[in-house]
Ligand binder design. Structure first.
Ligand code: IVH
Length: 675
């Protein structure tokens, strides 16, 4: 390969890793498995090592972690928060030890002890203690500067806030991992892809009260800056951490010799699935601090430590068939049906094939023997095809050019902003013509972030659609309950509950409403922007009459793609009819314009009991959009206690004792009008 080509390949890889970083760190939504990420990172490092003309400020050799987000104040770490080099095999470990021996210039029989610590897959944090008091909590950020997350850190129960032990250093950064237990993560599955994202999301909440809601843990394992520390090895330091009140990993071990490291690694890997926290390897640190100091660091990782990563979960299986799934926007997604195989304790029988291109690129065929990978909560996918095992009469997979559900032509759109043809093939039918698309659109309509109809799940949508009880969104509000009563699994009570949840959702904010329509390219953020622009449902609806789509482009954040999509939505008569029908049934509340100087400025509120026809979320938003603040308990800081139906008596009694103004719903609503 010539220099130019190498540089282009390098640039492409840097661009990809940057994108992966943004999704992983800023959006907490990883695009690929850790193994795939590590592979790419390694490829970049290898290229740099081979060709010293390759340089980039965005290279993983330069960056540790990721830049801090804008929400928190940035603070420089007193000692950098380093990264760790990775080892994947016994040879890597032998090499690691050899280099250390060479560096220290000692003989082969020199005995080095390592502190072997399971590597928890969470978020690292640095806690600054002065005179035994927890002063500041910082995230790792880019290793040099972190974010000040002190208030959020303080909500973590197993972080000591005050340490009185005599031998606790007068000034020290205690470092460790913030994580969430898998058993606690179970309740958060809907919101986050994996426990690590849940921990990261929780830790970076703007409001510490939100952090408190997600039970975080902290395990300590190292220190940064220190004054007055009187231990001389890592294992003793871990013991001290315990004495000072920190939690440490119960599986930490003191080990010497590569063979013993491997034995411990295998043991821990076996126990891995039964642990209540995710670990992705074992960190080995030279135990002796004097040796650590002598060895020092290379670039951004210490020479005296390495992370021995667990291999990702892979297995061999056979492709039994390729199904085509159809999504809400008509996208055709190929899914491989594979011979069921146990990967890391989970039986896998489906693997995503992403899109048509992926099948062509990897030349995946029915009957092929393939390697399947399942990592974390990422959907299992095909890593590679074993061509040697392919039978002679195997045939290339032909992607359907008609929709398997409705028979319409399938097309690949031209993306006007990237000037490229989409990788995704779509059913070209109009909204609500294709059965599969309709079902997906209805599922979206009732989903959590849209109408959020309790008890109206995906299975119910499918059932009701097949039984012709619903076809369009408006049908949900005019359900024939007498017909449902005769269905299997439905009784009077469950029907009453369903009726109640549906009726409850007839009042909806404009932004949620716009999102629920499932217009392509109009996600939650765009729906919010559009709702602020139009302010009311009728203004939005009139768009089709005025035919004035050009104006939409003036909305900050809305581009041509979105405008075209909205135009396309209104060009379909069925959509117009849906809007008409929904308008008759629903109360769509106008977009709220935030008032910085609203009537509730400098006032704090607490609501107890249920208010009539206003949900908790709405009260919160009402108070906040009128510049008031919600507090979580009755204290001297509270100005008004709003009392609804069935209030908590204790709160009312406490408020009376503290002479806090107690008001009812009417009085509260009147306060809002005084603007
Ligand atoms: S020591 C010397 N010890 O792994 C410097 N790190 O890739 C590195 N981690 O950012 C920190 N368990 O988030 C250390 N017992 C442990 C660890 C550990 C997990 C994480 C930590 C760090 C990353 C390094």
């Amino acid at each position: 390969m010539n220099k130019k080509k190498i540089a282009a390949e390098y640039k492409r890889k840097i661009k990809t890793i940057n994108k992966l970083n943004i999704f992983y760190f800023d959006k907490s939504k990883p695009l690929v498995s850790d193994a795939e990420y590590d592979k790419l990172k390694n490829e970049i490092l290898v290229l740099e090592a081979k060709h010293n003309f390759l340089k980039s400020k965005d290279s993983p050799s330069k960056n540790i972690g990721h830049k801090p987000s804008k929400n928190f104040i940035k603070v420089s770490h007193r000692a950098p928060m380093l990264s760790l080099a990775n080892a994947f095999s016994k040879e890597d470990l032998i090499n690691f030890e050899k280099k250390i021996f060479n560096f220290l210039s000692v003989k082969k029989n020199f005995n080095i002890y390592y502190s072997a610590e399971p590597k928890i897959d969470g978020i690292s944090a640095s806690l600054i203690y002065k005179d035994g008091e927890l002063k500041t909590g910082l995230s790792r950020g880019d290793g040099k500067q972190g974010e000040d997350i002190t208030e959020n850190i303080k909500t973590i129960k197993n972080i000591p806030k005050k340490i009185n032990s005599k031998d606790f250093p007068i000034d020290i950064d205690i470092r460790g991992e913030v994580f969430i237990q898998n058993s606690d993560f179970k309740n958060l599955k809907e919101k986050f892809a994996n426990p690590r994202n849940a921990a990261s999301g929780s830790l970076r909440q703007k409001d510490p009260n939100d952090t408190k809601k997600i039970p975080l843990n902290f395990i300590a394992y190292t220190f940064g800056f220190e004054k007055g520390l009187s231990v001389n090895n890592q294992f003793d330091f871990l013991k001290k951490l315990n004495e000072w009140g920190f939690k440490t990993n119960p599986l930490n071990k003191l080990i010497s010799g590569v063979d013993n490291l491997i034995e411990n690694y295998n043991k821990v890997e076996k126990r891995r699935i039964n642990l209540d926290f995710d670990i992705d390897g074992i960190v080995y640190k030279i135990n002796d601090f004097t040796l650590q100091k002598r060895l020092g660091n290379v670039a951004n990782a210490p020479r005296w430590a390495i992370a021995h990563k667990f291999s990702s979960n892979k297995a061999t299986s056979e492709i039994l068939g390729i199904d085509i799934q159809i999504g809400r926007t008509g996208a055709l997604t190929p899914v491989a049906k594979i011979k069921p195989v146990n990967i890391g304790g989970v039986v896998v029988s489906n693997a995503t094939l992403h899109n048509e291109e992926e099948i062509t690129r990897k030349d995946i065929r029915v009957g092929d023997t393939v390697t399947v990978e399942r990592a974390g909560d990422v959907i299992p996918h095909i890593l590679s095809v074993d061509l040697k095992k392919r039978s002679k009469d195997s045939q290339e997979f032909i992607f359907p050019n008609t929709c398997p559900s409705c028979g319409s032509k399938t097309v690949k759109d031209f993306n006007s902003s990237t000037k490229k043809i989409d990788a995704v093939r779509r059913c070209s039918s109009e909204d609500y013509f294709c059965e599969k698309i309709s079902i997906e659109k209805l599922k979206h309509f009732v989903s959590k972030e849209a109408f959020n109809i309790d008890g109206f799940g995906k299975k119910i949508v499918e059932n009701f659609y097949r039984l012709k009880l619903i076809k369009y969104p408006q049908d949900i509000f005019t359900l024939k309950y007498d017909k449902i009563e005769s269905l299997d699994g439905w009784g009077k009570l469950s029907i009453e509950n369903l009726k109640y949840s549906i009726n409850e959702k007839k009042r909806i904010s404009l932004e949620r409403f716009l999102y629920s329509l499932g217009i392509r390219h109009i996600g939650l953020e765009n729906a919010k922007l559009i709702s602020k622009h139009f302010n009311s449902f009728s203004n939005f609806k009139n768009l089709s009459k005025k035919n004035n789509y050009k104006d939409l482009i003036n909305i900050d954040g809305i581009g041509e793609t979105q405008v075209n999509s909205i135009k396309y939505f209104f060009s379909n008569k069925i959509n117009l009819k849906i809007l008409d029908e929904l308008e008759k049934i629903l109360t769509v509340t106008n977009a709220q314009i935030e008032k910085k100087n609203g009537p509730l400025k400098n006032k704090t509120f607490l609501v107890t009991g249920k208010l009539i026809e206003i949900s908790r979320a709405e009260v919160k938003s009402l108070i906040e959009t009128n510049s008031g603040t919600i507090v979580s308990s009755v204290s001297k800081k509270l100005d008004y206690l709003v009392v609804g139906e069935k209030p908590t008596n204790k709160k009312v009694i406490n408020a009376k004792e503290l002479n806090i103004k107690i008001i009812n719903q009417d009085q509260f609503l009147k306060m809002l009008k005084k603007s």
